[in-house]
Ligand binder design. Structure first.
Ligand SMILES: Cc1ncc(COP(=O)(O)O)c(C=O)c1O
Length: 440
């Protein structure tokens, strides 16, 4: 949000997700950003004195809804009704309305949500699907799981969101059946720019909004303008459950119906199986948690936004850091606040932050086409993915969660600046800024 857009400067409303940090992805079961098992996300005791700052503090959110969750769990336990039921139905209606969509179908996780959206659109073996190179691996996995071919496309170097020009390049080298636009770090992809491109090409547009519950683009919520959107309720997400969960969001009744069918063994009526489906339903208890949390989501997202503004203000003068930028027209929900540093310093900075009790993490260190899983099974858009590779090499994520205090942020920033200073001194550039690595 540093350079191009600040809340209010173009009349758009800036509001307010989890990543990765652990939270953004399922890589960390604790919900901590760095995968630490202690749930603090710091991965270390604080050797320098002062309280550690976790990457993510899920306890704060739980305390806000604990009474509601206790009541709902007691009711569900009393009924012994653990799958389906009114909690799921209520959540689907409320979440669909929240997004401004006709339908939201609760499913077991965000990966299944993409798989089932693809299947419902008829995407399968032989279909080529564009996926940004800088996303959590689940986006690409879903394409591979339906038998499709992943075509990686680049991101915009400023906003780190999918680059429509790279999508156009991918289209020139072969037909795409679908494009999956990822709302990376909490802001909607440039859907308005992608729609004409994708429509002219005769492809489907899917929005992976796992990291962006509550985000809007020109006032429109996730799912708006696209064929179908998907999201994840992994605990660290902006709207996180107490286990796995996900949803498919669409205005199409036929698509919603088809996803519901696939998610429930291809069956509407017990033991009548119309298509080959699977078991991917949203769990009743998770739905109860999500019902309790949904009412808080906007407020929590606003707190994330305020925290992002504070980081911007504290860090904007640093020549050795590149700050995140909110795309014009977007209301960013700051699932992740990432900064970019010189690649040769990145891991050392993250290590120093973690050693000193600051829960820093990396989202994501390896571009999709550079992973062992996908290196030999993707096509790459003409022009390659230099921006995504640069981002993978240089990005690091700072603690971000609703309720993070000014003092905590000051500690994060102080520790980060100290680490940068130490590295500069070690490299003998303290008195010659021209020799300091500039951000990639
Ligand atoms: C961009 C993105 N897509 C998909 C997923 C997959 O969601 P889940 O972990 O619920 O399967 C995640 C996160 O985990 C994600 O960050």
């Amino acid at each position: 949000m540093s350079a191009e857009h600040r809340p209010g400067d173009d009349g758009s409303d800036n509001a307010d997700s989890d990543i990765a940090t652990g939270s953004a992805d399922s890589e960390i079961a604790t919900g901590s950003a760095d995968g630490s098992a202690d749930g603090t996300g710091t991965g270390a005791t604080d050797r320098l004195g002062g309280a550690p700052v976790p990457f993510l503090d899920l306890g704060l959110q739980h305390r806000a809804i604990a009474a509601d969750v206790d009541t709902a769990f007691a009711r569900i336990l009393d009924r012994c009704s653990f799958v389906g039921g009114s909690d799921v139905g209520e959540f689907e209606i409320a979440f669909g309305a929240y997004c401004g969509a006709e339908h939201a179908v609760g499913v077991a996780n965000g990966t299944d949500a993409i798989v089932m959206a693809l299947r419902a659109l008829g995407i399968g073996p032989g279909d080529r699907v564009a996926v940004p190179a800088n996303t959590f691996i689940a986006t690409a996995e879903a394409v591979a799981l339906v038998g499709g071919r992943v075509v990686v496309v680049d991101c915009d170097p400023i906003h780190q969101l999918i680059d429509p020009d790279s999508v156009a390049n991918a289209m020139r080298s072969g037909r795409l059946s679908a494009v999956i636009a990822v709302d990376l770090y909490g802001q909607r992809a440039p859907i308005d720019q992608l729609v004409p491109l994708v429509r002219n090409h005769g492809a489907f547009l899917i929005e992976d909004a796992a990291q962006a519950q509550g985000a809007t683009r020109f006032g429109a919520g996730i799912g708006s303008g696209v064929d179908v959107a998907t999201t994840s309720f992994y605990p660290g997400k902006n709207l996180g459950a107490y286990g796995d969960g996900g949803a498919v969001i669409t205005d199409s009744p036929a698509l919603a119906h088809h996803v519901r069918l696939i998610a429930n063994h291809g069956s509407r009526v017990r033991y009548q199986h119309e298509v080959v489906g699977t078991n991917s339903r949203l769990d009743t208890m998770q739905a109860a948690v999500l019902n309790a949390k949904l009412a808080h989501l906007d407020g929590w997202n606003e707190q994330r936004s305020a925290a992002a503004t504070r980081y911007d203000e504290m860090l904007r003068d640093r020549a050795d850091l590149r700050l995140p930028v909110e795309m014009r027209g977007n209301r960013h929900v700051w699932h992740v606040y990432n900064v970019r540093v010189h690649p040769s310093w990145r891991h050392r900075i993250v290590d120093r932050l973690n050693e000193r009790g600051i829960g820093a993490a990396i989202h994501y260190p390896v571009a999709v086409h550079r992973t062992a899983a996908f290196a030999d099974r993707v096509d790459i858009a003409d022009g390659g993915c230099p921006a995504a590779e640069s981002s993978a090499a240089s990005t690091l994520s700072l603690p971000m969660f609703p309720g993070i205090t000014l003092e905590q942020q000051e500690r994060v920033v102080g520790t980060l600046i100290a680490a940068l200073g130490e590295l500069a001194a070690e490299h003998d550039v303290a008195h010659d800024p021209a020799k300091a690595p500039t951000p990639a």
